[in-house]
Design a protein around this ligand. Structure first.
Ligand SMILES: Cc1cc2nc3c(=O)[nH]c(=O)nc-3n(C[C@H](O)[C@H](O)[C@H](O)COP(=O)(O)O)c2cc1C
Length: 250
């Protein structure tokens, strides 16, 4: 089986986090589908610095390299080489944390300069499979909004957001606890919603991996004509990447 690279992003700044727990459940689902052919890269926002875009437009002159020095480049590189991106976020004021938004802003600016458009309006096609998980302290408190915002970003980058077997992604809540392991504790205790979140995370990972495999087979079959269209450069760069795996943690 062709190697599939999965990037799991936990947007929680905490070392232990409900976001990490659900992300791992989704990664386990993807492993069920791909086995050893799955290469997993993880990026946690714990102790990471992600400054906002300062609108200097210097990436115009650097072919998309952002001049702000922090952890942006590591995540950007991992994002570019991934076939699947799984985001697992805590809900912060009805959406995802600003650290991740800072990354998205800089990623968008940087990529639009890296993959220069041949014609006006023609965007680079990244065609990654994107799955999203959002959990918060309360119920009905921004999970759907956060998931939709993540889906919007996937669409903006010409990726393919999918929902798994639930509605628009995986939701969860900690029953008003601030504890970083609360969803795991609730699931172990057999609490219904926590168990549902865990099952939904596994199914999301499985569906992402299945679609990534289908896409990979299609890309390989269609590679020749894709080469003639610069919009597919990000996909062709992924296909060309050397295989050889790690199960790394950034
Ligand atoms: C700045 C901030 C804003 C938050 N806003 C919300 C919110 O709008 N809705 C909600 O349900 N929980 C909110 N929470 C609680 C977190 O979403 C909740 O504790 C979550 O389980 C943390 O995930 P983690 O364990 O992955 O860090 C907020 C927490 C912080 C620190």
């Amino acid at each position: 089986m062709e190697e599939i690279v999965l990037l799991g992003v936990s947007a929680s700044p905490r070392k232990e986090a409900n976001s990490l727990f659900l992300l791992d459940r989704a990664i386990a689902g993807a492993k069920d589908v791909c086995g050893d052919a799955l290469r997993v890269e993880r990026f946690s926002f714990y102790q990471k610095r992600m400054s906002p875009c300062i609108q200097c437009y210097r990436c115009d002159k650097t072919k998309g390299e952002c001049v702000v020095q922090d952890d942006f480049r590591a995540l950007r590189d991992a994002w570019l080489s991934a076939d699947i991106v799984l985001y697992s976020v805590p809900v912060w004021h009805l959406s995802f944390p600003s650290q991740l938004k800072a990354f998205f802003d800089r990623l968008g600016q940087s990529l639009s300069k890296r993959y220069v458009r041949e014609r006006r309006g023609e965007q680079a096609l990244h065609l990654k499979v994107v799955g999203s998980i959002a959990q918060g302290m309360d119920i009905f408190s921004g999970q759907e909004r956060a998931l939709l915002d993540l889906m919007d970003h996937a669409v903006l980058q010409n990726c393919l957001p999918i929902s798994g077997e639930t509605y628009i992604g995986v939701g969860g809540w900690t029953q008003r606890s601030r504890g970083p392991s609360r969803i795991e504790e609730l699931a172990v205790a057999g609490e219904e919603i926590a168990e549902f979140s865990v099952a939904a995370a596994g199914s999301l990972g499985r569906r992402c991996a299945q679609l990534a495999r289908i896409l990979r087979a299609g890309f390989l079959a269609e590679e020749e004509w894709m080469r003639a269209d610069p919009a597919y450069r990000p996909v062709l760069e992924r296909l060309a990447r050397e295989s050889g795996g790690t199960d790394g943690c950034a």
